[in-house]
Ligand binder design. Structure first.
Ligand code: UD1
Length: 349
């Protein structure tokens, strides 16, 4: 199989490239090597062709797509962003980039698409009230957050709600600019599939971590931020009360889900796009993550600061049952092992 990985020099794309080469695919990478994300040197495995260019450049795309069977679209601007001044760059990088890509795929006649989407498309996700009924909370108010009331509340009774697991058919409700660009990407890819008869998998990633995770940028994920603090001998700073729930999934498991999805598309009906949550299935609080990393790196105990970021969702936890049953995929890296490796890679730099 000949594949194109956009963002293939990056954290997640690079791991898709590594696994694809290992199993014998012919791999081409399209990457702009943006200086705000990449250091000067980028090492790709032997035999991988690098096309240096922007995913918004139609001529670059036409060249990069020649002879390609499957596109893995991992290039994106990620994270919550610093403030609303980031909105244009998110829209241009993620929405315009994907629009150019699907247009070029239609010209090239490329038939399969695997999209790096995100759990953030669900917004606050699924919650249960005291009687076990499903509820959708409103966005948390500044007043609640200021007063340390972090749990989303029942819009009718005002009582705190308990988090549940979202599945792929749950309501989509993006709550920040990044989230809405991921949802826009999903819709663009679904439109491409309908228009061309192509087949797509929309992979909604949980919080991805791994040794080469981007660090020391305003867009870094919390695991990398904690690791950098510990490497400097500082305590990790845990926002809110530390009880916010996430699912930290290892980058190798995310990459293997990409390849499994591409293979499964062979049996999908033409003209369809199907969503899959991709997580480890293990729920961890941000406080537990901080404590686990501090232990693994022999650093100071975490500090719970009570700070908050507007636009953060409280809990992001989903069921990845569909990916397991339909993609013949299962996560393999246990969190304790993955964090030990992650901590060692951080200490070594
Ligand atoms: C992350 C990803 C996002 C992805 C989503 C999927 C990043 C930057 N964001 O969003 O791209 O789509 O998962 O589930 O990788 N926190 C602290 N201390 C800090 C920084 C953050 O306690 O110094 C807390 C935040 O308040 C938040 C949690 O850690 O509650 C996670 O934050 P973050 O890593 O930025 O990721 P998500 O918002 O979960």
């Amino acid at each position: 199989m000949t594949i194109l990985v956009t963002g293939g020099a990056g954290f997640i794309g690079g791991e898709v490239v590594r696994l694809a080469v290992e199993r014998g695919d012919v791999v081409r990478v399209l990457d702009s090597l943006r200086s705000d994300v990449h250091s000067a040197s980028v090492a790709l495995p032997d035999g991988v062709e690098l096309v240096r260019g922007d995913v918004r450049d139609a001529a670059v795309l036409d060249g990069a797509l020649a002879g390609v069977d499957v596109v893995f679209h991992e290039a994106a601007k990620v994270g919550l962003g610093v403030d609303l001044q980031d909105a244009p760059d998110y829209a241009v990088s993620n929405v315009h980039g994907t629009a150019e890509l699907v247009a070029a795929m239609a010209r090239a006649g490329t038939g399969r698409f695997v999209l790096a989407s995100s759990m953030v498309v669900y917004g606050e996700g699924a919650y249960l009230d005291g009687e076990g009924r499903r509820r959708r909370p409103a966005a948390r108010t500044v007043a609640d957050l200021e007063d340390g009331r972090f749990e989303p509340r029942d819009p009718e009774t005002g009582h705190p709600l308990a988090p549940g697991l979202v599945d792929e058919d749950d309501v989509l409700d993006p709550r920040n600019v990044y989230a809405l660009t991921k949802l826009a990407q999903e819709h663009l890819v679904a439109a491409w599939a309908r228009a061309t008869g192509g087949r797509a998998a929309l992979l909604r990633y949980h919080n991805v971590y791994g040794p080469r995770m981007p660090r020391d940028t305003p867009y870094a994920g919390v695991a990398a931020i904690f690791r950098s603090a510990l490497a400097r001998g500082e305590a990790p700073r845990v926002f809110e009360d530390g009880a916010q729930r996430r699912d930290f999934v290892h980058v190798t498991d995310v990459a293997s889900a990409n390849l499994a999805a591409a293979d499964a598309l062979g049996d999908h009906p033409d003209g369809t796009a199907r969503a899959y949550n991709v997580g480890s299935g293990v729920i961890t609080t941000v406080g537990e993550l901080a404590a686990g990393l501090a232990r693994a790196m022999g650093g100071p105990e975490p500090v719970v600061t009570g700070e908050y970021r507007l636009g953060d969702v409280r809990h992001i936890t989903a069921s990845s049952a569909r990916a397991r049953s339909e993609l013949d995929w299962a996560p393999r890296v246990a969190l304790a092992d993955g964090l030990a490796e992650f901590a060692a890679a951080g200490a070594a730099r």
